[in-house]
Design a protein around this ligand. Structure first.
Ligand code: NDP
Length: 307
């Protein structure tokens, strides 16, 4: 039986692995479908402390993984799709049927940004299409950009982008924002922000040039299409926490985020960190910080068991 099972390989999972490994617990990390997590689709990370010249998302994740490995973390490329936390030991089951047992489990499965699902959007991901203005906004100085969505995230991203972009076009499918009134008002009053109401993106342009040059919008009321020149498209239509494998096992809020208290879940020995339990901050550095907390909590829990 393992002492520490870590599900997820983003900043939270890798940081938990670094701490657990340095504590001599030889954690087993399940890397799932996308080792490295959301940062693998980011270009330059300019806000991770310690990298004043910026670091690429994949490079940062590779460094974290190497650091965990150096201290004895082990990695398994298995996708965990089921958990049984009803007894001891804790059990995890991978989609290929393999089962793993542990004294403690750290859930660090992250969240996935929602995308529109257009082929052109996916083709230009990381080449002007982004789901994180905080990560990539500063790369688009003095050029027009678009933000898709009408929730608080879209408002926040649009306002943040006004610091860099020459103009921010907010594209929303209805004629009322879902966002809180105060955020919506700030956006509507901002001189650098233009709003395309009742509009959806039909295509991100252009795949031939392999960089974003614009968006083709369709007015959902009139059916009319227009092309708007922009150099980046920030998709802000929500995130989904990757908590499904733990449904029925861990307490979650109405949106599927795991409920935690200093990374502790309601199940003794099970901890959660990073975006799967955080809808508010969603930053690499906060995910890493909570990964550290989860590992320290797991270590304390094991000490309590006399292990
Ligand atoms: P939301 O679910 O609140 O908003 C998503 C937005 O995207 C909606 O306007 C929705 O349109 C639109 N949308 C969804 N799917 C599509 C699609 N396929 N095509 C086009 N548009 C689409 O997500 P957020 O990430 O904005 O916010 C999540 C939660 O976090 C909320 O509770 C929010 O209040 C909170 N939050 C709070 C912040 C703060 O207080 N500072 C900052 C950021 C988030 P429609 O409105 O038509 O459904």
């Amino acid at each position: 039986m393992e002492k520490v099972l870590i599900v997820g390989a983003g900043p939270a999972g890798y940081t938990a692995a670094i701490y657990a490994a340095r504590a001599g617990l030889s954690p087993l990390v399940f890397e799932g479908l996308q080792p490295g997590g959301q940062l693998m689709t980011t270009t330059d990370v300019e806000n991770y402390p310690g990298f004043p010249e910026a670091v690429s998302g994949p490079d940062l994740m590779q460094r974290m993984r190497g650091q965990a490995e150096r201290f004895g973390a082990r990695f398994e490329s298995a996708l965990i799709d089921r958990a049984d936390f009803n007894g001891s030991p804790l059990k995890l089951v991978a989609d290929d049927g393999r089962a793993f047992e542990g004294r403690t489990a750290i859930v660090a499965t992250g969240a996935s940004a929602r995308y529109l699902g257009l082929p052109s959007e996916q083709a230009l991901l990381g080449r002007g299409v982004s789901a994180c203005a905080t990560c990539d906004g500063a790369l688009f100085k003095n050029v027009p950009v678009a933000v898709l969505g009408g929730g608080d995230t879209a408002m926040e991203e649009a306002l943040f982008l006004t610091r860099f972009a020459s103009q921010v076009l907010v594209v929303h499918r209805r004629e009322v924002f879902r966002a809180s009134a105060i955020m919506a008002a700030r956006v509507q009053q901002h001189p650098k922000i233009k709003i395309a109401w009742n509009s959806v993106v039909e295509e991100v342009l252009d795949v031939v040039k392999n960089e974003v040059t614009g968006v083709r919008l369709r007015d959902v009321k009139t059916g009319q299409t227009t092309v708007q020149a922009v150099n980046a498209v920030f998709v802000a239509i929500g995130h989904d926490p990757n908590s499904k494998p733990f449904a029925g096992q861990l307490e979650m809020d109405a949106h599927g985020y795991i409920v935690t208290n200093n990374t502790r879940t309601r199940v003794p020995g099970v901890f959660a960190c990073g975006d799967v339990q955080d809808s508010a901050y969603r930053q690499a550095v906060t995910a890493a910080g909570s990964g550290c907390m989860a590992a320290l909590e797991a270590e304390r829990y094991l000490r309590g068991l006399g292990e």
